[in-house]
Write a protein that binds this ligand. Structure first.
Ligand code: SAM
Length: 255
């Protein structure tokens, strides 16, 4: 894990930047609400204590709290947590905290942990992915659930657009995407570069996600002490079909 004196890691800089939120502002609360409602119905959740890990501005956490669950949202981004608190709407069963998903300690356990919208696979070292799953396991009661919503690698490869340009609120974002091959038998990495003008300068942000296939991701989850119950391929919770469905949503249970 990086020490506090290390240069800022890409995920600290990019997710805290207003440009990230401007570029992805279309990710809607409605999509999050529908997904949370689908999970709530599918598994008959009743008054659960839920942790939304890497919650961003809290769209899923808010939706779960509105269904009556006690929800804590945790994220590394100071600006996202500030926005999540502002949007919490005074719900007494909804709190937000800043923290690092590899090392947080909330001093409580939950019935379930949600890690949604590709909020996993950001680190260069496999140990850091293991640390995230270890932190999740430590915060779950025995039998507690994990929903880890990741991209489907085969589908993403098939649909990877090498470059495009998106304009939002007058800012032009030039985006490139590539799959960097892994070294020493390690996994490949999806690397996205986002460039835009900032006054006279060109700024570049980067986004990196480990291209974890189902056996790799499932193996990491199982090694952290979970049984995998089911896999889904989209937010309507239709079955997962490798290369055919955009998501790999893993529903697992702590042993
Ligand atoms: C793709 S966003 C998804 C946010 C949210 N789940 C949603 O669907 O709107 C990934 C989130 O992971 C958070 N994140 C990145 N690295 C983190 C870390 N080490 N610890 C906690 N959160 C982190 C980012 O700040 C960002 O909010």
């Amino acid at each position: 894990m990086e020490t506090p004196s290390s240069p800022q890691a890409w995920y600290e800089e990019w997710f805290d930047s207003p440009h990230y939120h401007q570029l992805y502002g279309h990710r809607s609360d409605a999509e999050a609400q529908a997904f949370v409602q689908a999970m709530h119905k599918q598994w008959g959740w009743q008054h659960c204590d839920v942790l939304d890990l890497a919650c961003g501005k809290g769209r899923h956490a808010r939706a779960a709290a509105q269904l009556g669950h006690n929800v804590v949202g945790l994220d590394l981004s100071h600006n996202s947590i500030a926005a999540a608190k502002e949007r919490a709407g005074g719900l007494p069963n909804l709190t937000f905290v800043e923290g690092d998903m590899r090392s947080f300690d909330l001093g409580q356990t939950f019935d379930g942990v949600l890690n949604l919208f590709t909020s996993f696979g950001y680190f260069d070292r496999a140990d850091d992915h293991t640390a995230v799953l270890g932190s999740i396991a430590r915060h779950l009661r025995p039998g507690g659930f994990l929903v880890l919503d990741f991209l489907d690698v085969a589908f993403t490869k098939k649909h990877l657009s090498p470059s495009d340009t998106i304009t939002r609120e007058g800012v032009e974002y030039a985006i490139t995407r590539e799959l960097k091959p892994g070294t020493n038998g390690g996994w490949d990495t999806f690397v996205k570069r986002i460039r835009h003008r900032d006054s006279e300068d060109v700024r570049e942000h980067v986004e990196k996600v480990a291209a974890l296939t189902n056996p790799q991701l499932s193996g990491l989850i199982q090694s952290a002490g979970f049984d995998i119950l089911e896999r889904f391929g989209n937010y309507a919770l239709d079955p997962w079909a490798e290369g055919q469905t955009p998501r790999l949503i893993i529903h697992a249970k702590k042993k």
